[in-house]
Design a binder for this molecule. Structure first.
Ligand SMILES: Cc1cn([C@H]2C[C@H](O)[C@@H](COP(=O)(O)OP(=O)(O)OP(=O)(O)O)O2)c(=O)[nH]c1=O
Length: 195
């Protein structure tokens, strides 16, 4: 039997991105601690969290490829995760206004033979200046609350973006082309299951 592929995530975006590759996969929510050790650089932090997400699911998916990912926004040396309140979302968007920030996504993949690899990708995003009214009406859409940096580039916040440098899908939560290349080295998709 060919190995299964399990996406360890509750994020609908990651599922949709992975669907672009055309592989059959299952989704399993992972409950992992998302606290980052103070002072850890962002590329290491997103890989650590992605590995934790994989580690929470892998024991219940023996013999499968298990993939987990984590996204954070870094602006002016501050690491921004998901906002806990609308006030926090406002402060994050105010910080991002008129500036260039980095979006880091870490990916971890556990292969059936027991090895786990991880990597991180970065995309730089530049926002136009945002007025307080723009920020307030964006927060009222509800879009910011489950997203790192309090915005979703794939939604209304597309209107905030002046330029990006890097893979767009790194911002949405999964750098698909790099992921596919890493997976190929680990033997996915198996012979005969290529799309
Ligand atoms: C910056 C940005 C982030 N995001 C999302 C991607 C991630 O889902 C989320 C960051 O939170 P994560 O903790 O990376 O992921 P999650 O909690 O949504 O899902 P899981 O841990 O179960 O895989 O922010 C966007 O959808 N669009 C964007 O433009």
């Amino acid at each position: 039997m060919p190995p299964r592929f399990v996406l360890a995530s509750r994020s609908p975006r990651r599922r949709q991105i992975l669907e672009l590759a055309g592989w059959a996969f299952d989704v399993q929510e992972s409950q992992a601690d998302e606290t980052i050790p103070p002072g850890m650089p962002p590329d290491a932090a997103v890989q650590l969290l992605a590995r934790r997400k994989v580690g929470a699911v892998a024991p219940s998916a023996p013999g499968a490829f298990v993939l987990g990912a984590d996204t954070i926004v870094v602006c002016n040396g501050r690491l921004l995760g998901k906002p806990r309140t609308e006030t926090e979302a406002f402060d994050m968007l105010r910080l991002l206004s008129g500036r260039t920030h980095d979006v880091w996504t870490g990916v971890a993949i556990a292969a059936p033979h027991g090895k786990t690899v991880s990597f991180a990708e970065k995309t730089a995003v530049t926002f136009w200046e945002l007025s307080d009214e723009e920020i307030t009406s964006y927060i009222a859409t509800g879009e910011p609350m489950d997203k790192a940096g309090a915005y979703g580039i794939q939604g209304r916040a597309a209107l905030f973006v002046r330029r990006i440098e890097g893979d767009y899908l790194t911002v949405v939560g999964l750098p698909l082309s790099r992921t596919a290349r890493e997976l190929r080295r680990l033997g996915w998709p198996p012979y005969g299951m290529e799309t």
